[in-house]
Design a protein. Structure first.
Length: 422
């Protein structure tokens, strides 16, 4: 049903889409004045994504008409990553970004019929993305074309209502952007603090004395802080898992790039009593990824901080560290293992092949700078507090994105109408 005052139409009467230029790879550089936009420059929900170290620069001659201006609207015509096809972005600045191949420059023909901001939202809406995906070609990598992008069927309100809808949703975008900046700032603060606190360059105040902690730190091998040999997990076949099992089995998906073990992706299996005795996790255990298809995935550590009678065990792609509680604080050691220094040391000693792997010897031999137990606890509490702040901000961000998505669905279909009087 078409809302009152809206029209149901394709975009052919309103826009043209211009192909990008195939810039020569011999002139690609890691730095320069002109940035080559690629499908990787788009976020999947829409918007410009700074590729940072992966940014490609161009130092050759630039054909006329392919140097972009701020505010021009581009659409991704190749799905470099899942869900990216049809994503749009506004060019962030003048005379810096190049209109590369596989990207379409959207040019509005009827400025009284559609505004760029509403068009941006339209292409980034789920029902338009679904049409684009269904019309795409290619097996491994999906592609689309200007004609197909213009043929999608959408609902268009009047120009004033389009602008009002775009204005409302841009408020949500600003809230999302602000929250993302706060998350990034908190992560940078944590990173800087870890570099100082975990090396003793910055000493915290002992709450009992009111003075900074004193005393030299001791360098020890990790193996001298553990109760027993670091243990690889249980091997289970796919057939072992069922909804009626007695144990939750954690694998690499439960610890990847996370300081705390997540049980959301744990799978259920039947485990024997002997296996439970050997592989059951206890509060304060640390899990480490033993193997990974991606080098940066191996050696990632996460703390098991669940106090439960339920059986949680771990698969063979993980190692478990159980510390001697009188010697080492598990939260502190978890932060040590997550530090750049430890991560670099692990990766240097890893076995590189079809997949990257580490063994118990590599982890056991890690050199740990260890302060007294009380200082370990204090350092861990400060870094944990930052983690909790980040977690709250990430939950807020997820909520904002979900709320915007729901509102966008209502506004772009006319299920919720906006007031043009304010």
């Amino acid at each position: 049903m078409v809302p009152n005052g809206w029209i149901k139409t394709d975009l052919n009467p309103f826009i043209d889409i211009k192909h990008g230029f195939a810039f020569k790879s011999e002139f690609f550089r890691e730095e320069g004045n002109y940035v080559l936009l690629t499908p990787g420059s788009f976020y999947e929900p829409g918007g410009f994504r700074d590729q940072k170290s992966k940014t490609k620069y161009y130092v050759g001659d630039i054909p006329k008409g392919y140097l972009l201006s701020k505010g021009e609207l581009l659409v991704a015509m190749t799905e470099q990553a899942a869900g990216l096809l049809g994503s749009t972005l506004f060019v962030p600045s003048h005379d810096r970004y190049l209109h590369n191949q596989r990207l379409g420059l959207i040019q509005i023909k009827d400025k009284n019929g559609i505004c760029p901001e509403f068009l941006y939202l339209t292409y980034n809406s789920p029902y338009i993305r679904k049409q684009i995906a269904e019309q795409s070609t290619g097996t491994k990598v999906k592609h689309t074309s200007p004609d197909k992008l213009k043929s999608v069927i959408c609902l268009l309100p009047s120009l004033p209502e389009q602008r009002k809808i775009a204005q409302i949703l841009s408020t949500w975008d600003r809230g999302i952007a602000t929250t993302e900046k706060l998350i990034n700032a908190s992560k940078q603060q944590k990173k800087a603090l870890m570099q100082q606190l975990l090396t003793g360059k910055k000493r915290l105040v002992d709450p009992e004395t009111g003075k900074a902690f004193e005393g030299d730190w001791e360098e020890v091998k990790l193996e001298f802080l553990t109760e027993n040999t670091i243990s690889n997990g249980i091997y289970k076949t796919a057939e072992s898992y069922s909804d009626n099992g007695n144990s939750a089995v954690l694998d690499i998906n439960c610890v990847y790039k996370n300081n705390i073990v997540s049980i959301k992706k744990a799978r259920i299996a039947n485990i024997t009593n002997n296996e439970i005795k050997k592989y059951k996790l206890e509060f304060g255990d640390i899990l480490i990824n033993r193997v990974s298809l991606k080098p940066d995935g191996v050696g990632v550590a996460a703390l098991f901080n669940i106090d439960s009678e339920k059986n949680y065990v771990y698969e063979s792609n993980l190692m478990r560290i159980r510390l001697i509680k009188e010697k080492a604080n598990s939260e502190f050691i978890n932060f040590i293992l997550s530090s750049e220094k430890s991560r670099s040391e692990i990766l240097m000693k890893a076995n590189i092949g079809a997949q990257t792997s580490i063994n118990q010897k590599t982890v056991n031999s890690l050199a740990i700078l260890l302060p007294k137990f009380k200082e370990q606890q204090k350092i861990a509490s400060v870094l944990t507090a930052i983690d909790k702040d980040i977690e709250l901000l990430e939950a807020k961000l997820a909520h904002l994105k979900q709320e915007k998505k729901a509102l966008m669905q209502q506004l772009l279909t006319g299920k919720r109408r906006v007031s043009l009087s304010s």
